[in-house]
Ligand binder design. Structure first.
Ligand code: FPP
Length: 258
């Protein structure tokens, strides 16, 4: 007889098919959000420049996107660049801003083929034109796809997102588009960059850091969190399946009782 527990513990992608079949028997999280952390440490451990870690992290993005799509996850939001990441050395920032182009330049045909819809959330004003144009081209090319939504958080910060929503609400109230009495949680959510997405069911953060770093503060109110010490470039299909397995064993009560 196959010892399932052992199979689940097998490392680095082995028995992924078995794990997939197991998790598919239970509810798959509809929206998974990931803080992809640890690229720099991955590179340092190998005496490589930090950007090599980001490049390797890009390969993980592809792996995880494919599996999420196969599992029937509806949305995958990836924290690719925060509003605070501009503080990093210019060389690193420039490299990070080239990654979406490289990723989409290489994988767009595959994403189209796999019915993935590319989206982005974040403040577009500071994003270099070449980065934005690559992302917008991919958004346009995949806009009819109705499989997984691959949502890149690029120059994204949750506090600024909420602040902008409040400003827009005040403007719309002044213009008579909405009334103060109409304002509730649902309406505020409709002013956020995620207005068309369900709140995440599962948040994953890699690399052992246990914090949110200004990521989706409103949307994560009732999300299940899963933290791992694994560095993002080392994160593989087995780890995602493990996170989903843990999620499936949690009891979500949303403040109520079971
Ligand atoms: C945090 O790790 C990671 C980032 C700031 C960038 C994340 C970007 C990617 C994984 C690539 C994205 C790919 C596409 C296609 C957009 P860190 O640099 O803070 O790591 P450290 O804490 O170990 O230094």
């Amino acid at each position: 007889m196959i010892n399932k527990k052992r199979l689940w513990k097998t490392k680095e992608g082995h028995n992924t098919e078995n794990k997939m079949e197991e998790v598919k028997k239970e509810a798959i999280p509809e929206h998974i959000a990931i803080i992809m952390d640890g690229n720099g440490r991955w590179a340092r451990k190998r005496a490589m420049p930090r950007i090599a870690g980001h490049h390797e992290g890009m390969k993980t993005v592809r792996k995880i996107t494919r599996l999420a799509n196969k599992l029937g996850v509806k949305a995958l939001t990836l924290y690719a660049f925060s509003t605070e990441n501009w503080k990093r050395p210019k060389l690193e920032v420039d490299f990070l801003m080239k990654l979406p182009e490289e990723f989409l330049g290489t994988f767009l045909p595959e994403l189209i083929e796999e019915n993935v819809r590319v989206e982005m959330m974040g403040d577009r004003d500071q994003i270099p034109a070449h980065t934005l144009s690559a992302v917008e081209k991919a958004m346009e090319a995949t806009k009819e796809n109705d499989g997984l939504v691959l949502n890149f958080a690029l120059n994204y910060g949750s506090r600024s997102e909420i602040l902008e929503a409040i400003k827009a609400i005040i403007r719309d109230e002044k213009d008579g588009i909405i009334k103060q009495d109409d304002l509730n949680e649902e309406l505020l959510s409709a002013y956020l960059m995620t207005k068309h997405l369900k709140d995440p069911d599962l948040l994953i953060r890699t690399s052992g850091e246990i914090r949110l770093s200004n990521f989706m503060l409103w949307q994560l109110a009732y999300t299940e969190f899963w933290f791992t010490d694994v560095l993002w470039p080392d994160f593989d299909e087995g780890h995602l399946l493990e996170a989903i397995d843990v999620y499936q064993k949690r009891s979500r009560r949303f403040g109520g009782l079971t």
